[in-house]
Design a protein around this ligand. Sequence first.
Ligand SMILES: C[S@@+](CC[C@H](N)C(=O)[O-])C[C@H]1O[C@@H](n2cnc3c(N)ncnc32)[C@H](O)[C@@H]1O
Length: 238
Amino acid sequence: MQYPRSQKYNTPSLMAKIMGPNPIKLEEELLMGCFFPQDAVVCDLGSGQGLTSVFLAKEYGVTVYAADLWSDPEANRRFFREMGLPDNKIIPVKADATDLPFEKEFFDAVVSTDSYNYFGRDPLYLDEKLLPFVKKGGRIYIAIPGMKRDCHDFLPTELLLSWTPEQLDYLHDVAYWTDMVKCCQGADVIEVAEMESNEEVWDDWLKQENEYAVGDRKAMEAGGGQYLNFIKIVMQKR
Ligand SMILES: C[S@@+](CC[C@H](N)C(=O)[O-])C[C@H]1O[C@@H](n2cnc3c(N)ncnc32)[C@H](O)[C@@H]1O
């Protein structure tokens, strides 16, 4: 796959901000062909240390709310300023995705990369916790790590070299996610599909020297990658 927009983010200092398989390339694939309305306000849900939020603001020209639970919004604000973005263009918010602190119908779109699987495994989540904050016709773009085929009853030993069964419970296949999002009454499901960038985004992540990437290498070097993929979900609020 070609990633014309992601290339300029492929520097050691920016890659040090990623918290999993390269979220910039994932987001570029996820948003291929997408169109944001002019002056769109977009929620980067589970934005982590804000690299995907910078990518959205700079590459798509939208105003971004970088909403995240674990990261420090002040550290993210410093990073956004270092990246030359004005405070009214990209706003860091400490937020729990299950209890969002925004006005109703505030966002033109929601983009969520490598985080929805933490809080979205509840059939009521979309209707009750997320859609109220999205404008009618607004789109939700999700990229999540998943499994080629769910195998939680017979977990491969390769995967258990890096992750516990509880951690692997966050990963599911296209069929699981299709059933999950089809429960939603308030939005149409446009697409649930495996992503092309899977191998490349894992390669970028496993090159990093942080303890999480080093920990993930054990499973991947033993061949665990054969069971894993990335999944994109695109929906539109009715
Ligand atoms: C693997 S990191 C990915 C971060 C970022 N999207 C990236 O790709 O670099 C997962 C993120 O999900 C966020 N997260 C997990 N549960 C959350 C929740 N309930 N509400 C908001 N964010 C959550 C964490 O704060 C964390 O930053």
